[in-house]
Design a protein around this ligand. Structure first.
Ligand SMILES: C[S@@+](CC[C@H](N)C(=O)[O-])C[C@H]1O[C@@H](n2cnc3c(N)ncnc32)[C@H](O)[C@@H]1O
Length: 330
């Protein structure tokens, strides 16, 4: 039944007995389709079972968690998310299944950077399985008011946690030109970072840049004729860079990777789903280092990628890469 090779590569469609046949399941209503769904469940399954602890570092809309919940009857599910709205939605979605399967459900409005505190507060020494499905949810890009999308007009915000003070508009209006250029280059891998930063800083002397469409128009202006030659929208890389900076995404990932051996119980598995090379590279390096340090073995030597059929229905899955590591039992 499981059509997944141990080392993943292009994943074939996998079906497990505990999974629904299809996962169309009103995604429009849920607002986010979990990526690499069956592959994630398949690879975490050996670490799950009755009374086990599952730590969902990025609970989101609870798509992965809802399927994992019946795999830990009598156990504990701890879910963290920076976004209070997603967290509340996921909690309401998970509660009935948690009651049915006698699973203790703990949701925490906090960064996964403090997941060790979440485990301690729950009174559990370690998680048997952990998942971090990185970045943003579809609910973020699909809502213009959150300011993540250059395709729709909205405030230049990009905060996952709206309690946080710094927005993308703050960075765009306050960073010196060279720092803005460095940020766009480092976090967006944007070749035209200097030109874009110059265009932005010249424009902000004349008027405040407060919306996504203002910024997208400035980036297009900086690109000039190069926009036509670009395979992707010219604003893609700059928006990615600002989002990473606003939410401290790479620092958080580094902190999580450093904590994984302490977060996992012996024999426990951690799965990390990344969406671009700046995320995948540190995950790969940390998992290789875990072997060298002697605490873990990679379950996926190569990252698992979405099947063609998943890519066709969920374009976001095209860049997803899943890597899984297992902590040694002793
Ligand atoms: C790709 S979505 C997760 C989707 C989820 N697996 C599902 O099936 O619905 C990523 C989620 O992680 C959250 N997030 C991103 N960085 C985070 C962090 N450092 N700590 C906690 N949550 C974070 C985002 O707010 C978002 O809701």
């Amino acid at each position: 039944m499981i059509a997944l090779t141990p080392h993943g590569q292009k994943a074939a469609t996998a079906t497990l007995s505990f999974m629904p046949d299809s996962f169309d399941d009103s995604h429009a209503a849920v607002g986010h389709a979990p990526v690499l769904f069956s592959e994630t469940l398949t690879l975490l399954a050996p670490a799950l079972g009755p009374e086990k602890v599952f730590l969902d570092c990025t609970l989101g809309r609870g798509g992965h968690a809802l399927a994992i919940l019946p795999m830990i009857p009598g156990g504990t599910l701890i879910g963290c998310d920076l976004d209070a709205e997603n967290l509340a939605f996921a909690r309401a979605r998970l509660e009935p299944a948690a009651a049915l399967h006698h699973v203790r459900l703990i949701t925490c409005h906090r960064s996964f950077v403090s997941a060790e505190t979440a485990l301690r507060e729950a009174g559990v020494p370690g998680a048997h399985a952990l998942l971090a499905d990185l970045g943003f949810a579809s609910t973020h890009v699909d809502n213009p008011a959150r300011g993540f999308s250059f395709m729709q007009d909205g405030p230049l915000d990009m905060r996952l946690n709206t309690d946080q003070a710094t927005t993308a508009a703050h960075l765009v209006s306050q960073l010196p030109e060279n720092e803005l250029a460095d940020l766009i280059f480092q976090y967006g891998e944007e070749r035209l970072s200097r030109r874009i930063a110059k265009t932005i800083t010249e424009a902000r002397r004349i008027e405040k840049i407060t919306t996504t469409s203002q910024l997208a128009a400035l980036i297009r202006k900086a690109y000039g004729g190069a926009a036509g030659a670009s395979r992707i929208h010219p604003a893609t890389r700059t928006f990615q860079a600002l989002r990473i900076a606003v939410n401290g995404e790479l620092d958080s990932l580094a902190a999580l990777l450093e904590a994984v051996p302490r977060l996992l119980a012996p024999g426990g598995r951690a799965g990390i789903i990344s969406f671009h090379s700046l995320e995948d590279r540190p995950v790969k390096q940390a998992f290789v280092a875990a072997k060298d340090a002697g605490w873990g073995d990679q379950i996926t030597r190569k990252p698992v990628e979405a099947s063609d059929s998943e890519c066709a229905v969920n374009p976001r899955s095209r860049s997803a890469k899943l890597r899984v590591i297992e902590k040694k039992s002793k």
